[in-house]
Design a binder for this molecule. Structure first.
Ligand code: NAG
Length: 324
């Protein structure tokens, strides 16, 4: 109760998201930077979804999960960047308290679902490589559907519980959030209620939702790698590894950035650096995922080539018919 002394107790209805400071030269540059990132991310992920839906060669559980991950990443980045872009363009940095909670809610759903979906994908690879005889029996369209639904449902449930608590709170300390989106801890600091219970509960839930998927993924990949190393022929090893290497790269980027954001001590690091880490963590994985799959994964790459050939062929064909 001590921390409430000397606080202004009038509830506020709006926050000020400080973003990246207010240097006048910086805003247009940041706007261009995030606009390019947003376009590349959405286009890349929609391309993957399009390929998975249209190409029959990609109608397997592994690519269904990839297509769903791409949908999810489009949602995730769309909860963050459009608002940031609008505020960089207009210079209006206010956001209503309700709007802020809603943004946090959607970020909570999509980022939890993302970590669960990456885990589901490693489970799929685990079955395919460590248990190939059971794979066809266990992994079918229905199980894949259940995995996807499970990811969405459980992240929806946890985030809804969190949002229910947050809506009970009043905010009355200061309006300023020194961040570029409504994140949990900067926001909760501005509450004038006793937040210790909520902070504890959120910490426990976040730890469970981060470390359990992380451990399951690690276990899957330990098994996958030991199995691959036991394959006697060089080409066999290469072939087995090629089906999971793209996923492994995406996983590494995801966990390295998450761990950096959480492990870097908040007190000692400059605020700017913290924000840059947050950009990496929220924006980098959705952006590089389609790029890595298009460049590195043989089947996606081939499907993309075929699609491109089809487009250029039609284009040439139309040019010819226009001429005659
Ligand atoms: C998502 O997963 C479901 C269930 O496996 C699948 O039917 C659907 O095609 C997937 N969606 C995309 C865009 O890949």
């Amino acid at each position: 109760m001590k921390r409430m002394e000397g606080r202004n107790q009038t509830p506020i209805a709006e926050f000020l998201l400080l973003g990246f400071g207010d240097g006048p030269h910086l805003q247009p540059l940041l706007f261009m930077f995030f606009l390019v990132i947003y376009i590349v991310t959405v286009a890349g992920n929609l391309l993957i979804v399009g390929l998975v839906v249209t190409d029959r060669h990609l109608h397997t559980p592994m690519y269904y999960l990839l297509g769903n991950l791409s949908c999810l990443e489009t949602c995730l980045i769309s909860t963050l960047l459009p608002r940031l872009l609008a505020s960089l363009l207009s210079g209006d940095r206010t956001i209503s308290v309700k709007g802020c909670i809603m943004q946090l809610y959607f970020i909570g759903i999509t980022s939890t679902a993302e970590s669960l979906m990456l885990t589901a994908m490693s489970y799929d690879r685990y079955l395919a490589i460590c248990n190939p005889l059971r794979y066809a029996a266990v992994m079918n369209g229905r199980v894949c559907c259940q995995l996807v639904a499970g990811c969405w449902m459980s992240s929806l449930m946890t985030s809804t519980v969190g949002m229910f608590f947050l809506f009970q709170f009043t905010f009355c300390d200061s309006k300023e959030i020194d961040h570029f989106f409504c994140d949990f801890s900067p926001m909760i600091k501005l509450s004038c209620n006793d937040t210790s219970t909520l902070e504890l509960v959120t910490f426990i839930i976040a730890t469970i939702w981060t470390f359990v998927p992380c451990l399951l993924t690690l276990a899957s990949y330990t098994c996958i790698i030991t199995t691959i190393l036991k394959i006697p022929s060089h080409t066999g090893r290469k072939k087995a590894f090629s089906t999971c290497s793209s996923h492994l790269i995406v996983l590494t980027v995801f966990y390295v950035t998450v761990i950096t954001v959480y492990m870097v001590p908040a007190g000692n690091t400059p605020k700017v650096l913290q924000k840059i880490f947050s950009v990496f963590y929220t924006v980098l994985t959705p952006m590089i995922n389609p790029i890595i799959y298009c460049l590195r994964n043989k089947e996606v790459n081939e499907s993309l080539r075929k699609a491109l050939k089809l487009v250029t062929f039609r284009h040439r064909h139309r040019n010819l018919t226009d001429k005659f």
